[in-house]
Design a binder for this molecule. Structure first.
Ligand SMILES: Cc1cc2nc3c(=O)[nH]c(=O)nc-3n(C[C@H](O)[C@H](O)[C@H](O)COP(=O)(O)OP(=O)(O)OC[C@H]3O[C@@H](n4cnc5c(N)ncnc54)[C@H](O)[C@@H]3O)c2cc1C
Length: 417
């Protein structure tokens, strides 16, 4: 029987940030990770806000030396419309850049750094069962050879991402209100890339806001290209080794032939029905972080930032709990994380309704408004001084309605713009 202060399930960004922070506070920490690293993971475009979490957990320097592709903004396109956000032009004071990363390399870098800091990471160990109680948590896991082991800990942080270990075992998942969507994606050679097209994520909206494409450039000259749409369309695009996906990205006119002759680095992969909610983010002896909590949608690239934000906050709360403090997990953890998720929920809703596009593709977007939206896109969704955070659930539909009315009025014959 192994014993440890804190057991973390999963070595993705949420788990490594949590483990690193707690190790710095002097606890013994073990991560059990199902896969062998490096392993592929989707979620390649980061947001500036996550740099703060990497820094505070002591992981930023390890990532810096990797020289990943710098990301300084996000460009949205629809037909001939274009709106580019630069993170240097933000309302909230914070990081003005971040990275775009192949997650195999990024996650391995984080895992290696936590091992160097003294965290024990056991790869190819799959958590199968957990029994939680006051003060003592008992976890059963299977190693690569099929042998079962037990580990006892004072506390558990579940960072198992799409594996959702504790939500599954403790019946904590709940369906998402978003309709089931999916994505089909691959990494491609990007010979037509210019310096200008390297520093951004590119998002092309099409099909009347039903579908969109991401292009995420990496430092090695390749680019991740994915198509997100409803389930039926993704199944169609992914069929026969992604035949229709390949055809689409080579010929879609908004991409201007950028990937016309590009070779794929691997056959297209697809993922369906990823949006999921959670009934509760904590319980006796455990807390959930990252994708074990709620996952909304890939538009706006918020997943890793939520993983690092919740990984860090869950670790801070765990530290207070282990110090004997009576932690209010609801107000000090769940409500904080939920607040940020709810801001992005409004923007995801606004994306698929088309309100977001109406605002950003309007002919003359007000600079102050643009800077405030930019801070949301940079992940600063806890800044209540930003009206686009504070009034997140009403501001997009209201502003879009005003813009549409104005455009309708301006288009009347005889009206000068
Ligand atoms: C199509 C798509 C595109 C996306 N694009 C972006 C993007 O551009 N930017 C962005 O920020 N986010 C993006 N995301 C979201 C992103 O993938 C996740 O939010 C992010 O990876 C969550 O990190 P995590 O640490 O919570 O979990 P993960 O990164 O999933 O890590 C969890 C780890 O837990 C391990 N694990 C699972 N089960 C067990 C078990 N039983 N025992 C032990 N270990 C286990 C897994 O092997 C894994 O290594 C995208 C998501 C989708 C679906």
């Amino acid at each position: 029987m192994q014993t440890v202060d804190v057991l973390v399930i999963g070595a993705g960004p949420a788990g490594t940030v949590a483990a690193s922070y707690l190790k710095k506070q002097g606890y013994s920490v073990t991560i059990l990770e199902k896969e062998k690293f490096p392993r592929f993971q989707i979620g390649e475009s980061l947001l500036p806000c996550c740099m703060e979490h990497l820094e505070e957990s002591g992981l930023l320097e390890a990532v810096k030396v990797k020289n990943f592709q710098k990301k300084t903004g996000a460009a949205f396109m629809r037909g001939d419309k274009r709106c580019e956000f630069l993170f240097s032009e933000q309302f909230t004071k914070g990081w003005t850049w971040t990275w775009q990363v192949k997650r195999a390399d990024f996650d391995s870098t984080l895992a290696k750094a936590v091992v160097e800091n003294g965290v024990q990471v056991q790869f190819e160990c799959e958590v199968l069962n957990v029994v939680c109680s006051t003060g003592k948590q008992v976890t059963d896991y299977k190693d690569i050879d099929g042998n079962m082991h037990t580990i006892e800990s004072k506390f558990i942080i579940d960072s198992s991402g799409y594996g959702r270990v504790l939500p599954r075992l403790f019946d904590l998942s709940k369906p998402s209100a978003f309709s089931p969507r999916g994505a089909v994606f691959a990494h491609l050679e990007d010979v037509n890339r210019t310096e200008k097209t390297s520093n951004n994520i590119f998002v092309h909206s099409f099909d009347n806001n039903r579908s969109w494409i991401w292009a995420i450039p990496f430092s090695d000259g390749s680019t991740s290209v994915g198509i997100v749409s409803d389930k039926e369309k993704v199944i169609e695009l992914a069929a026969n080794d992604g035949e229709k996906y390949k055809d689409f990205i080579r010929n879609f006119e908004d991409l201007n032939g950028r990937f016309k002759n590009s070779d794929l680095k691997f056959e297209p992969r697809s993922i369906l029905g990823y949006s999921i909610g959670v009934k509760k983010m904590f319980g006796e002896g455990f807390v959930l972080s990252g994708n074990s909590t709620e996952f909304l949608d890939p538009i706006f690239s918020s997943g890793v930032t939520f993983a690092t934000a919740s990984g860090l906050l869950s670790a801070k709360m765990t530290h207070r709990h282990l110090q004997g403090e009576d932690v209010n997990w609801k107000t000090d953890y769940e409500d904080v994380i939920q607040k940020g998720i709810d801001v992005f929920r409004s923007y995801v809703t606004g994306w698929y309704s088309g309100d977001f596009q109406t605002i950003v593709f309007t002919e003359h977007i007000n600079t102050e408004i643009k800077n405030q939206i930019c801070s949301v896109l940079a992940g600063y969704v806890w800044d209540q001084s930003n009206p686009f955070v504070k009034k997140h659930n009403t501001i997009l539909p209201t502003l879009a309605r005003v813009i549409k009315m104005k455009e309708k009025f301006n288009s009347k014959p005889g009206i000068k713009k």
